[in-house]
Design a protein around this ligand. Structure first.
Ligand code: CAA
Ligand code: NAD
Length: 290
């Protein structure tokens, strides 16, 4: 098998952008694809800003930052991903969108040695893999779950689906380590470990706000100071994206056969109003200028 040199990243949002940066600073080429207007420009500008900040803070030399930037390319065309030997999908948390994409990826990469990884937060890897065609093609589909912000967070949750080959799982563990992360394995159940535990807590914080238990600042202050969390659950929900939080809760409700996991009505209402958190400038809190 040729040595891994080039990764394709699909979705230039906060996760795809972060994964591309982690790849480029680990001496891998990254090709970022997103067909939506403006997404690639925003991603490129963020890479320039974060790498410049790393230089300012003395964490990276200017030549290393320049080399990392040069290793990232950006394209609105899926076909341009062909040179990649590994794909990481980081598009919206929607099973239909992901499955449509995996069907196209399986056709674009007929070589079964090319791994098709998904950064899904909660959707069944086994289900996504069904879109990749017959069993040999499904064996290369794996969950590779990064955490936000990717350049800072240590964990990659590695999730084999029912059809994933042990070899692909081990290659995923090795790639996560190469990216400077700590890989930990979880089984393919809705939300895996991370969001099975984290997201119901965030949802509960919305219920506490909706029911008037306390206002958002107090809810977050209590959880930050009382539990030593770096961010309160409502601030963290804005950081993750309220649309993503609501999608994850629906996956938990469907996957665990329990209505108690449905997104809180207030969370749903904010998403309907377009208040998605940091990425839209307003969620629970306001982020002027973003
Ligand atoms: N992108 C890249 N780097 C970022 C960043 C971003 N969006 N935000 C902050 N950073 C970096 C800063 O550059 C800084 O780096 P250096 O130390 O190298 O200078 C570092 O993070 C610390 O930043 P700050 O000093 O500005 O701020 P902070 O100390 O408050 O830390 C934080 C910011 C790291 C985001 C911290 O608040 C934190 O850990 N929050 C919780 C994050 C978390 O729980 N993430 C998991 C979310 S759940 C998930 O990802 C899974 C899912 O499926 C939903
Ligand atoms: P985001 O909304 O910031 O970005 C999603 C990107 O996907 C957008 O740029 C959009 O243009 C693009 N996109 C949508 N459909 C596409 C398609 N068919 N082809 C190519 N690009 C497409 O979302 P995000 O926060 O980066 O989340 C992406 C994925 O990562 C989701 O599955 C999410 O659950 C998961 N995730 C998110 C977090 C988080 O904290 N936000 C953490 C871990 C995992």
């Amino acid at each position: 098998m040729p040595e891994l040199s080039t990764i394709a990243i699909i979705g230039a949002g906060q996760m795809g952008g972060g994964i591309a940066q982690a790849a480029a600073t680990s001496a891998l080429r990254a090709i970022v694809h997103d067909p939506f207007p403006g997404a690639l420009d925003k991603c490129k500008a963020l890479h320039a800003k974060l790498l410049a900040r790393a230089v300012e803070k003395g964490k990276m030399s200017q030549p290393d930052a320049d080399a990392a930037r040069a290793r990232i390319s950006y394209t609105p065309n899926l076909d341009d991903l062909r040179p990649a030997q590994w794909v990481i999908e980081a598009v919206v948390e929607d099973a239909k969108v992901k499955k449509d994409l995996f069907a196209r990826l399986a056709a674009l990469f007929p070589d079964p040695a090319v791994v098709l990884a998904t950064n899904t937060s909660s959707i069944s890897i086994t289900e996504i893999a069904t879109a990749a065609g017959p069993a040999p093609s499904q064996a290369r589909v794996v969950g590779m779950h990064f955490f936000n912000p990717v350049p800072v967070m240590q964990l990659v949750e590695v999730i084999p689906g029912l059809a994933t080959s042990p070899e692909v799982t081990e290659r995923t563990v090795a790639l996560a380590a190469r990216l400077g992360k700590t890989p930990l394995k979880a089984n393919d159940r809705a939300g895996f470990v991370s969001n099975r535990v984290l997201m119901p807590m965030i949802n509960e914080a919305f219920y506490a706000w909706m029911e008037g238990v306390a206002d958002p600042d107090a809810i977050d202050g209590i959880m930050k100071l009382g539990c030593n969390f770096p961010m309160g659950p409502l601030r963290l929900a804005d950081f993750i994206g309220l649309d993503t939080c609501a999608h994850i809760m629906n996956v938990l409700a469907d996957g665990l056969n329990s209505e108690r996991y449905r997104p809180c009505p207030l969370l749903k209402q904010l998403v309907t109003a377009g208040r998605l958190g940091d990425k839209s400038g307003r969620g629970v809190f306001e982020y002027p200028g973003r």
